[in-house]
Design a protein. Structure first.
Length: 522
């Protein structure tokens, strides 16, 4: 532990990396550490953090450790030492952090207890060894739940004091809005229930509770947790109609996740993105760094959010998908597997682009962040490259790597038409600064390299001409084109067409070519 925290030199590392470099200081510190910790791993961690987080303690680390209580079958003496060091005016800071059970910033602690705002910095410094802080976010929370349990013990004989402290937290969370703030949604009802304010809990659970929670993009797991809290409050107060309501609403939440999530929220992800904002949705895909929905659906949501410009939690959901996939024998169907595979590709491209921007490649490089070979992408497009796949791949490459990746992909393809068409449409949409050529240029190139059935109308709209298209659809004689269209029209009216999407695609192509002639004839 001392090596891991950089207190003493590691066996294979240099002494300059450690806070303690003198051999006698290292020996004295390790002896004191063993003496005070009694071999307890958690207390050893705390003692090391006492030195590592306080620069002034490094000058005499052994004395710093020996000044702390020895381990006697529990950490109660050490926790009591910290609590007494805080003093009567700052101990409420520790209580709030423990009762919240979620990360909180210094500024937010000041909002909860404004009259103790001047004591917060000192309190956090005293509590630093038993708190963990999120790097870059300034949020702190209890490092190990045993400290939170210790603080709660002090309230066992003082229920009024507990209710008073919980009221401070509840007031702060209520001000954030139950359906507006993720932490309020996850903690407010529990805090009210713990304070014995059952009627207030139940007042929040109306018949539209699940609908409002879903519209605010909260996961089914968090919705069910709140309903379980409501159920306990309703049972405790003997409100049986609300017991039934909570049970039925919980079933609705389960249906939402188990039966409707993949087919509704993923397919229509643009709706909550437009209503709430892409980054808001992305932030709600994680809770305390953990995924909140099945990995397959989560990957597809990450793809939609990434395409909308949000920072999606790719690494967490890709890791979860790897774990789930190891034991998942379910057959989801070709379309679902394709969507997940394309989402995975976008995630790999995004992580590899981020890795290249922040680190050098090396033997310890994260496998999810390794560069994706264009040869691999080309092989996939050659094997399963319909237009929708090409559209998704090109959009992912442009969003993550850039235009050069798309143009470098073309020579590797046996049929580059779909990729050229996808690139042409992105240029036409005006989303590519400094694009390589016009949309019409790439549309004509797509026609020459071989387009997929059903895409002629898209090529023509981008500036390709009928003469650029190969095959019988590009006959010079207008009457010949009409004859082809009539023949294909008869074909698609046959019952068997339901099993032949290619026939419909060819009919759409013929219609696209004949339509200009029909307009000219009017």
């Amino acid at each position: 532990m001392a090596e891991r925290l950089g207190l003493v030199p590691s066996k294979g590392g240099g002494e300059a990396e450690a806070l303690l470099t003198d051999g006698r200081d290292v020996t004295g510190f390790l002896d004191a550490l063993q003496e005070r910790s009694g071999g307890n791993a958690l207390y050893t961690t705390y003692l090391c953090r006492e030195v590592a987080l306080r620069p002034e303690a490094v000058t005499d680390a052994a004395a710093t450790v020996r000044a702390l209580p020895p381990y006697r079958d529990s950490l109660e003496d050490y926790y009591a030492h910290l609590y007494e060091t805080l003093g009567a005016e700052a101990d409420v800071v520790a209580d709030i952090i423990a009762l919240l059970s979620m990360p909180v910033t210094r500024e937010e602690l000041g909002q909860i207890v404004p009259d103790r705002g001047h004591r917060i910095d000192r309190a956090l410094k005293v509590l630093a060894p038993v708190l963990s802080e999120r790097t870059g976010q300034g949020e702190v929370r209890v490092y190990h739940e045993s400290f939170a349990r210790y603080l709660r013990l002090g309230y066992e004989d003082h229920p009024d004091a507990l209710q008073s402290t919980l009221a401070l937290i509840a007031t702060w969370l209520s001000g954030k809005g139950l359906f507006e703030d993720p932490r309020a949604f996850r903690r407010l009802l529990r805090i009210l229930a713990e304070a014995g304010r059952d009627a207030e809990v139940l007042s929040h659970i109306g018949r539209d509770f699940v609908a409002r929670a879903v519209s605010a993009a909260f996961p089914a797991s968090a919705i069910r947790d709140n309903l379980a809290t409501g159920l306990r409050c309703a049972a405790r107060s003997g409100n049986w109609p609300l017991v039934v309501r909570c049970v039925e609403l919980a079933r609705a939440a389960q249906t939402y996740e188990g039966e409707r999530f993949d087919s509704v929220l993923v397919d229509f992800a643009d709706v909550p993105i437009a209503l709430l904002g892409a980054q808001t949705i992305a932030d709600r895909l994680l809770h305390d760094g953990r995924t909140v929905m099945p990995a397959r659906a989560g990957l597809q949501m990450c793809a939609a959010l990434d395409a909308a410009g949000a920072v999606a939690p790719w690494r967490e959901y890709m890791t979860a998908f790897q774990h789930e996939d190891e034991s998942d024998n379910t057959s989801y169907g070709e379309d679902s597997d394709r969507a997940v595979s394309l989402a995975w590709l976008r995630g790999r491209l995004r992580l590899s682009a981020a890795y290249r921007a922040t680190a050098e490649e090396g033997p310890g490089q994260d496998k999810l962040g390794t560069p994706v070979s264009l040869d691999t992408i080309a092989q996939r497009l050659n094997e399963h490259g319909d237009q929708s796949v090409a559209d998704a791949v090109v959009k992912a490459l442009l969003d993550t790597v850039g235009t050069d990746a798309v143009t470098s992909l073309l020579p590797r393809l046996t049929a580059g038409g779909p990729v050229c068409l996808a690139l042409a449409e992105q240029i036409a949409a005006g989303v590519l600064p400094g694009q390589p050529g016009s949309a019409a240029h790439w549309a004509r190139k797509a026609a020459g390299l071989g387009h997929r059935p059903g895409t002629v109308h898209r090529l023509l709209a981008l500036g390709a001409a009928a003469d650029d298209l190969p095959g019988d659809l590009a006959e010079d004689d207008p009457q010949a084109r009409r004859d082809v269209l009539l023949s294909l029209t008869r074909d698609i009216q046959q019952e068997r067409v339901r099993w032949s999407p290619e026939a419909v695609a060819r009919w759409l192509d013929a219609l696209g070519l004949v339509r200009p002639i029909m307009h000219e004839a009017r």
